[in-house]
Design a protein around this ligand. Structure first.
Ligand code: SF4
Length: 672
């Protein structure tokens, strides 16, 4: 009998992904009666704590096989755990898998560097893992005859053999293990997250992705009954949300049935509360049905539009096939009709892109009405992706830096704890490093001011009624206002983020060149922020100063527009500032509420007449903000820094959760 421990630490420490991989790996072996008899599987490691804490309940000397599931967020921690186990039991076999090891491109260099790893399983383990286990049990250790591995001391054993078998529900098969995990998490006030794999395989080959068809395009399906059992288990065990990990959820008709089952389950048990997924790049009709089902069931935070860019040159360089413009518009209409916030997702620094392309991408989605929120990810050159290959690097003249992987709200006191270093692209043949910084600044400004709703109403009014395009408005906003030394408050923000961006792009010290950085107005706050958060926080904490410069800029540029002062006042009155104490009176001289309710239905892109000339007084008594009204506006219970921190935490969401956080909901305005 051999003892096996699977180690799959999380990235975050509140919403915890349950270790789906544990069940997958165990089932690969358990379907063979001999292996089922001969292997003893320890309770898996899944939290992100120090190795001491994670290993304290295990007898390290008795671990015969340690399986590490590695990705950018946990590789370093996994290696520390492996060191501890190997020290206690030098004969323990360390097997590494997951998308992270850059073993396929540089197998020998990799194993020279990480010599404590005995075997790397390339991509999928269904075929190779049972064979490895037999070699270990029989003490023959002839791994070199098993295809799909990198073996320490031998090298690459050849191409992966794909042999996916999905006979049943992982969560039911190993119900005792997963139920214990869910219970342990809930009792320690953490939220269990369930991974749901409806199908595996992707027909595409996006250059930045290590999951797609670069290796294996065929799709394999989990039986629908097994998925329904998985979902039912999640409901019964109070999982907070499910993350559907299909590469293109919505690509198959049965995906609509999965959405219905999720909603039914939530109705029955109250859980899972929310569903996340990565949507199909085609099949707009199925996507629409899924959006409607999940929205009606109260399970949707937003409609995620993972388009990455609209720049055709960048799409081509990335091998990326996006939906058609018509399909995006169709889904935008569904989102508007069912009041589902649309969140457009971008990658910063795609080869083929440019500063102009970045501006156009962001303003294109505004033109399509898909701009309730934004997500931005810096381009990571991931091992296993096409971009990682030497041919691709040479073709696009990639310039990269090694940095700790991006981490939302990285803790200041534990900057480098448990995060791995990874390669970020900061320049290529189509943009220099300085242009990369400009692209980043523009993107961050959009995330802060449009995602944060500080300029949305104003720019939409100018677009809808005065034909001033979003591209003109926001190009000028960044170039003539944010980066203009004449506006000292704004240019000071710009200087601060430039200094930080410069360090990220050019810095020599990986432990001092993060994607995130501390905010100087938030001394004592536990975490660092990304550039867009930095901009938004600066703006909100000094809103009167911002407002004075903003008025000066807008009034000098758009003075010919009769209602410009009125809309500026309305827009800035809507911002939830630190002096708000659960009641605010707003005076308007135009009917902006009706105007913007109509604009919303019009997808923010049609044509609208000026608002009617009506003086009105509204009272706002909003106690919560956020798309689901989940953030309590309660900072007035506190004083000093604590009050400031509570304010910022209530109104500034991370990019995942920013939409509607720092402005009042116009539908909560009560006419007096
Ligand atoms: S990004 Fe999505 S669509 Fe593209 S290859 Fe990866 S999984 Fe497939």
């Amino acid at each position: 009998m051999k003892n096996v421990l699977i180690c799959n630490p999380n990235s975050y420490d509140i919403d915890i992904y349950m270790p789906y991989i544990y069940g997958l790996l165990r089932r690969m072996c358990d379907v063979d009666p001999y292996l089922k008899e001969e292997l003893n599987w320890s309770h898996p490691i899944y939290l992100n704590l120090t190795p001491d804490k994670l290993l304290k309940d295990y007898d390290l000397q008795s671990i015969d096989v340690l399986g590490l599931s590695c990705y950018t967020w946990n590789r370093k921690l996994n290696y520390k755990i492996a060191e501890c186990v190997k020290k206690a039991n030098p004969s323990c076999i360390i097997i590494e898998g997951g998308p992270e090891p850059d073993s396929e491109d540089h197998p020998n260099a990799y194993l020279n560097k990480y010599s404590l790893v005995d075997i790397i399983v390339k991509r999928e383990a269904d075929h190779s893992l049972p064979l490895i286990m037999k070699e270990i049990i029989n003490q023959t250790y002839e791994y070199e005859k098993i295809p799909g591995l990198i073996v320490n001391g031998f090298g690459d054993t050849g191409p992966v053999v794909y042999n996916r078998i999905y006979p049943d529900s992982i969560y039911i098969r190993y119900e005792d293990v997963y139920t214990k995990i869910a219970n342990d998490l809930i009792s320690s006030k953490k939220k269990p997250v369930q991974l749901l794999e409806g199908d595996r395989g992707c027909p595409y080959q996006c250059a930045f992705c290590n999951k797609g068809g670069y290796s294996y395009k065929e799709t394999t399906f989990t039986p629908i009954e097994a998925i329904y059992q998985d979902i039912d288990w999640g409901g019964r065990n109070q999982v907070y949300y499910v993350d559907i990990i299909n590469s293109n959820y919505g690509r198959f008709e049965r995906d609509v049935g999965i959405a219905k089952k999720l909603v039914e389950t939530k109705t029955k048990y109250g859980h899972p509360e929310i569903a996340f997924y990565s949507g199909a790049k085609t099949h707009a009709k199925e996507m629409a049905k899924i959006l409607i089902e999940l929205k009606k069931g109260g399970m949707l935070q937003h409609h995620l539009v993972a388009l990455q860019t609209t720049n055709k040159a960048a799409l081509k360089a990335a091998n990326r096939i996006n939906m058609t413009h018509e399909d995006y518009l169709y889904l935008a209409k569904i989102s508007a009709e069912y009041d589902i916030p649309a969140c457009s997702q971008f990658i910063l620094g795609l080869p083929g892109d440019s500063y102009e392309g970045t501006i156009k991408s962001f303003t294109d989605v505004m033109d399509m009405g898909l701009f309730d929120n934004f997500m931005l990810f810096p381009y990571q050159v991931l091992p296993g992706s096409l971009a990682y290959t030497q041919d691709y690097r040479d073709k696009w003249e990639l310039k990269t830096v090694v940095r700790h992987n991006q981490r939302q709200r990285r803790k200041i006191t534990q900057k480098t704890d448990h995060t791995s270093e990874t390669e970020y692209l900061v320049g290529c043949s189509t943009f220099s490093k300085e242009t990369y910084i400009k692209m980043w600044t523009f993107s961050a400004a959009i995330l802060a001011y449009v995602g944060g709703n500080i300029t949305r109403f104003l720019s939409s009014y100018l677009r809808l009624t005065h034909d001033i395009s979003y591209i003109d408005f926001y190009s000028s906003f960044v170039e003539d206002f944010l980066t203009n030394p004449e506006y000292t408050f704004m240019s000071d923000i710009n200087e601060k983020i430039y200094e930080h961006q410069h360090r990220f792009v050019y810095g020599d010290d990986v432990d001092n060149s993060f994607y995130e950085f501390p905010h100087h107005d938030m001394n004592g706050f536990r975490s660092m922020f990304e550039c867009d958060e930095y901009i938004l926080i600066s703006t909100l904490l000094h809103f009167d100063v911002f407002k004075a410069e903003f008025f000066r800029y807008i009034l000098s540029k758009y003075s010919h527009i009769e209602n410009i002062e009125s809309i500026l006042k309305f827009q800035t009155d809507l911002v939830i500032t630190q002096d708000y104490n659960l009641s605010k009176t707003i005076y308007v001289d135009r009917n902006w509420v009706d105007y913007f309710n109509q604009a919303k239905k019009n997808l923010w892109v049609g044509k609208l007449d000026e608002p009617t000339n009506e003086r009105k007084v509204y009272l706002i008594k909003q106690h919560y903000s956020g798309p689901n009204k989940e953030y309590l506006l309660k900072w007035n219970d506190y004083e000093g820094d604590k009050r400031k921190f509570e304010y910022i935490e209530a109104v500034v969401g991370t990019m995942y959760k920013r939409s509607d956080r720092c402005i009042f909901d116009i539908n909560e305005m009560v006419l007096q």
